[in-house]
Ligand binder design. Structure first.
Ligand code: ADP
Length: 407
């Protein structure tokens, strides 16, 4: 099956056109600066030169029209007819408590997505716009929604409830949801395959470290806890997000600095984390460079970042009653020798022992633990688009149980 995978943000759309049998992207690209007269579409067919198209792309409907046109283009395209797009798979950030798995998008599902807008006011509206635009261009093509939250939705109440009055959970659905679910699911399943063991028998910690960062405790193939919560702000230190902190801190800063709600939100989401502590950059490569040059604040940022990951490795080992595998993924997890090294340092007591040479020479999916390490450590490049494409195929073929019922 050939599936168009769409990840729609407020001013950008990332896409991949995936052949699920070959498990490769026949083409991938991105539309940026949607809403502006100088929007840019970058398109990369798998066997041809990358191209850039600049044009006036005022909304998501026009952006998707461009994407379909470039897929059909005689010079840069990979299909001859729109009908070759068998299905469209959409990344949807927040499924709330409604979706415990991927679903075929029906009118009823669209309504449920709209009902969840309050939970993800920044992310769900552009996701919905993308679905509407895609339906308008491909009205008879099945559309499937794959949620960032659904892998975590079966977390037990002791992991998802906050220590606030229970009525507030019931009234506003304030609970921990978790995100990056497609990535945690993909790398934990790959880890089980690589280790040659049934996932049902494994306790795996997955660390998705990119611009956004989260970890998950995956026991028997299910996420039993994860570091992001009601929003993606909770948990690890990220490029620009604070992660965990005493909630009183933000009230105190708001009072002292006279910040509005929206300014406080911006402070925690955009000016904190690596950029906030270092004052240098939100990009781990630049942090590592600054650390190498002896920059003290960059070193604090790096140390706070890795220390928090280490703490969660301990916490999740306890939560699962032990640990069989630790997986690193995402831009930082896949590429930073220093981060993997620091997280795994002095963890022999937990059975975690890195093989330095393997850690320094990773390529593709790599086992990087020492031969006498009880816990297997793996570097696994994530592939969220492939998961979306495969889920879409299963839903369309009717092989995956629709799971839109409330949980
Ligand atoms: P996103 O979450 O936006 O998909 P990525 O998964 O691409 O982001 O991760 C981006 C992060 O990966 C950035 O902090 C970047 O510095 C980091 N990164 C990429 N390559 C390296 C590298 N070689 N060493 C350290 N960090 C890296």
């Amino acid at each position: 099956m050939k599936v168009l995978v769409l990840n729609c943000g407020s001013s950008s759309i990332k896409y991949q056109f995936i052949d699920t049998t070959l498990q490769i992207a026949l083409a991938k690209g991105m539309v940026e600066r949607i809403g502006m007269s100088s929007a840019v579409l970058t398109h990369q067919p798998y066997d041809k030169e990358k191209i850039k198209i600049v044009g006036e792309i005022l909304d998501h409907t026009i952006a998707i029209e461009y994407v379909i046109a470039v897929l059909l283009s005689p010079n840069h395209g990979v299909i001859k007819d729109k009908k070759e797009i068998d299905a469209v798979g959409h990344r949807v950030v927040h499924g709330g408590e409604t979706f415990s798995g991927s679903v075929l998008i029906t009118d009823q599902v669209m309504k449920a997505l709209k009902d969840n807008i309050e939970l993800a006011p920044l992310h769900n509206p552009p996701n919905i716009k993308g679905i509407q635009a895609s339906k308008s261009h491909l009205p008879s093509t099945p559309q499937v929604g794959v949620f960032d939250t659904s892998f975590h939705i079966k977390m037990p109440p002791h992991a998802y409830l906050y220590g606030i009055p229970y009525e507030l959970y019931k009234k506003y659905k304030i609970r921990r949801y978790g995100f990056h679910g497609t990535s945690h699911r993909y790398v934990s399943e790959r880890a089980a395959k690589i280790l040659g063991k049934p996932i049902e028998d494994l306790r795996i910690i997955t660390a998705h470290l990119g611009n956004g960062c989260s970890m998950a405790a995956v026991k028997g193939g299910h996420s039993v806890d994860t570091t992001m919560g009601f929003t993606p702000l909770e948990g690890l230190i990220m490029g620009t997000r604070s992660g965990d902190m005493d909630p009183s801190v933000i009230l105190y800063i708001m009072a002292k600095e006279g910040l509005s709600l929206s300014e406080a939100n911006t402070l925690m989401n955009k000016h904190s984390g690596l950029i906030g502590i270092s004052g240098e950059s939100s990009d781990m490569r630049e942090i590592e460079e600054a650390v190498g040059e002896g920059n003290k604040k960059a070193k604090y940022a790096f140390d706070v970042f890795t220390y928090r990951i280490k703490k969660y490795v301990g916490a999740y080992s306890a939560a699962m009653g032990g640990l069989d595998a630790l997986v690193f993924t995402g831009g930082i997890g896949e590429n930073s020798i220093m981060v993997r090294n620091n997280v795994c340092a002095d963890m022999d007591f937990l059975g975690i022992k890195l093989d330095d040479s393997a850690n320094n020479n990773v390529q593709g999916e790599t086992l990087i633990s020492a031969s006498d390490s009880k816990v297997k450590i793996l570097r696994i490049p994530t592939n969220e688009e492939l998961v979306i494409a495969l889920d879409t195929e299963e839903i369309v073929r009717g092989q995956l149980e629709p799971k839109s019922a409330a949980v």
